[in-house]
Design a protein around this ligand. Structure first.
Ligand code: ADP
Length: 340
């Protein structure tokens, strides 16, 4: 029975220690060694483990017969792990039972939720207050002057569009997160899709005198979803144009390259480029580089998060690098080749 009980405890995700009245460890399961990243500790005293929080729990448990405590430990690689420990004194045997849970992921999720809400409110605050102020000005009399009325109404419309774009990006991201996005996977000619997306960016590029170049290739077909690939390319091309100076001989080059059983599509621009410090973050939701924020360019920081999530859903990879010797950056994503 004891063996059976031991193997049940070993297969638990929670870590368990049992100590005697003096704190000497008499039982440990496998999980506690993994969670606390220590070697076998049976026969050692809990005080000798060099984890102050455990010692603290042991010293305080006698007051109420139970002591719960959340603490952090630093791992060998410098990462922090959050542990929720619960120590009980068994009335019959006078032994102490410690159960620990790794709550790092839970804490990270909670902090992501907090960041998400704070980012979202931040992004909504500006357009909402602009709409409010412009509507107020209209009602205060500007509505009677045709010219003014047009200016203020346009500002309302522009900001309502911003909110609408933000909300639809968020809906798309949550659909991907919850696996509700239905992907219609088919054999597709990726060059055709690139052509379609290029055409739809013709005017916005021309307005900034930016040339979009795409050497039509004879590339093999991919397995993918047309709408998702169009969305990825649209977001990358929108950015390539947005972050390239107007009337400065700007250029966007799109290339494709077969790498093993996938095809890599790169969008090269001659824009501001991305600093090394920002590269790790730009695919995160709401992340915008300090330069992008300072430049007042419209944007929510959700475009690349959609690129990342859609590419992963399609079974591909994504990334960014700066251009060799030239200004600008290269955003790329890959898609699996179609195989019969
Ligand atoms: P945004 O709506 O702000 O453009 P994205 O998620 O598309 O959001 O991009 C995140 C950030 O990455 C941008 O705010 C910008 O700072 C940076 N970025 C994206 N694409 C480029 C690019 N082609 N050149 C320079 N910076 C870029």
């Amino acid at each position: 029975q004891r063996d059976q009980f031991g193997s049940v405890l070993d297969s638990l995700g929670e870590g368990v220690f049992v100590t005697d009245n003096n704190g000497k460890i008499t039982y440990e399961n496998d999980s506690i060694l993994t969670i606390l990243q220590i070697s076998s500790s049976v026969k050692k005293n809990i005080k000798d483990l060099n984890i102050k929080a455990l010692q603290n729990m042991f010293e305080n448990v006698d007051k109420d017969g139970r002591f719960d405590y959340e603490f952090q430990i630093e791992l060998k690689n410098g990462d922090i792990k959050w542990i929720l420990g619960s120590m009980n004194r068994a009335k019959t045997t006078n032994e102490y039972i410690l159960v620990v849970h790794d709550v790092t992921q839970l804490r990270e999720n909670a902090s992501m939720r907090r960041d998400f809400i704070s980012n979202l409110s931040h992004e909504l605050r500006t357009p909402v207050s602009v709409i409010f102020a412009n509507a107020e000005t209209l009602l205060d009399g500007a509505i009677d002057n045709k010219k003014d009325a047009k200016v203020f109404s346009k500002a309302i419309m522009h900001n309502a569009e911003r909110i609408s774009g933000l909300v639809s990006d968020l809906i798309d991201l949550s659909r991907i997160d919850y696996g509700e996005l239905h992907l219609d996977l088919k054999e597709l000619d990726v060059c055709e899709i690139i052509d379609i997306v290029n055409r739809s960016h013709y005017t916005s590029a021309k307005n900034k005198s930016i040339e979009i170049k795409f050497d039509k290739c004879n590339c093999p077909h991919v397995l993918g979803d047309k709408a998702a690939i169009e969305r990825i390319l649209t977001n990358l091309l929108d950015n390539a144009i947005k972050y390239t100076k107007a009337n400065n001989g700007g250029e966007v080059n799109i290339t494709t390259k077969v790498i093993e059983d996938s095809i890599e599509i790169s969008v090269k621009d001659s824009g501001t480029g991305i600093s090394d410090a920002d590269k790790d973050f730009i695919f995160n939701r709401f992340y915008r580089t300090p330069e992008a924020r300072a430049s007042q360019k419209s944007g929510s920081g959700l475009g690349l998060a959609i690129v990342k999530n859609l590419t992963i859903s399609l079974g591909g990879k994504y990334g960014v690098r700066n251009r060799n010797k030239k200004n600008g950056s290269v955003f790329w994503f890959s898609l699996p080749l179609y195989s019969k």
